[in-house]
Design a protein around this ligand. Structure first.
Ligand code: HSE
Length: 315
């Protein structure tokens, strides 16, 4: 059978990692998918000689990928709302399936994008948009499909969790750790998204939509960041037997579904209080299963051009 032909738009931190994994694990992926996956085209703003792209069509115009009759699936990994929205809608219009890791795009324009995809009979997949490498969307959609979900709560921003961890463990200042998080490639292009809770609210909006079957309503989420926290706050919490974690919480209430992102005191002996560094964890409570926990790397490291994950955690 002919391979599925994919076009990657954006070869930055996430795009580069995706490209490398598709190349390195091509055999494994083909065995599981039942068909090979061939990267047939890449759109990138500037040439990236560190990637082996011989035989792959290269362009700097993402819309060429969206309209290329050879391409079956467009992978949008550019980030941002404006061009990404136009690209995804154009790709759908041309009958392509779309894969995106763009949480902002899905949270803000997802209703429009999914309506268009339904009309055209194509799929828009976005597993990596929430909690990085943790397949939590599939877990809620498929693994917990028989449950009525009561609540979802999690650490869903790696940058914020890294900052709070370093402040607590090493007594470092907020500003100092943020600079490092940016250098390590954890943070968004605009790190305000991370530290003011906007990125977490994007992800929570998506989780809530899937868990509760509601439209995406990013503007309804209560959003509070971690910028007002000081090392003293973190230390006082520790002295009282708590950890400060920046949580996203979505739960059923009598008045409807509540969405909130804010710093939270959690008893230090709870599992989620011990999720440290750039790691994410999402707890999902279903009426049949009770509470479940999904844990893993929440952000990728810039410059990991070989696409190999680093496991910072001892299990
Ligand atoms: N800036 C995001 C984070 C990247 O720190 O979680 C992954 O979505």
């Amino acid at each position: 059978m002919n391979p599925v032909k994919v076009g990657i738009c954006g070869l930055g931190t996430v795009g580069g990692g995706t490209f490398n994994v598709l190349q390195r694990n091509a055999e494994e992926i083909a065995r599981r998918a039942g068909r090979g996956i061939e990267v047939a085209q890449i759109a990138m703003r500037t040439p990236k000689p560190q990637f082996q792209t011989t035989g792959i069509a290269i362009t700097n115009d993402v819309f060429e990928v969206a309209t290329n009759p050879e391409i079956d699936i467009v992978i949008e990994l550019m980030g941002g709302y404006t061009v990404a929205r136009e690209l995804v809608l154009k790709a759908i219009e041309h009958g392509k399936h779309v894969v995106t890791a763009n949480k902002a795009l899905i949270a803000v324009h997802g209703n429009e994008i999914f309506a268009k995809a339904r009309e055209k009979g194509v799929i828009v997949a976005f597993e990596a948009a929430v909690a990085g490498g943790i397949p939590v969307i599939k877990a809620i959609r498929e693994g917990l499909s028989a449950n009525r979900i009561n609540w979802v709560a999690g650490i869903i921003n790696g940058t914020g969790n890294f900052i709070l961890t370093e402040m607590r463990e090493k007594g470092r200042t907020f500003e100092d750790v943020l600079v490092e998080a940016q250098a390590l490639g954890y943070a968004e292009a605009d790190p305000t998204f991370d530290v003011e809770g906007i990125d977490a609210a994007h992800k929570l909006t998506i989780l809530a939509s899937i868990a509760f079957g509601i439209p995406l309503q990013f503007d309804k989420a209560y959003t509070e960041g971690i910028t007002k926290l000081t090392t003293a706050d973190v230390n006082y919490a520790e002295a009282l037997g708590y950890r400060i974690k920046h949580l996203g919480v979505a739960r059923r209430t009598d008045a409807g579904i509540e969405l909130r992102v804010h710093p939270t005191l959690i008893p230090a002996d709870r599992l989620i209080a011990n999720v440290n560094g750039v790691f994410n964890a999402v707890m999902v409570n279903g009426d049949a299963v009770g509470s479940t926990l999904y844990y893993g790397a929440g952000a990728v490291v810039q410059g990991r051009a070989d696409g190999v994950a680093v496991d910072h955690h001892r299990v």
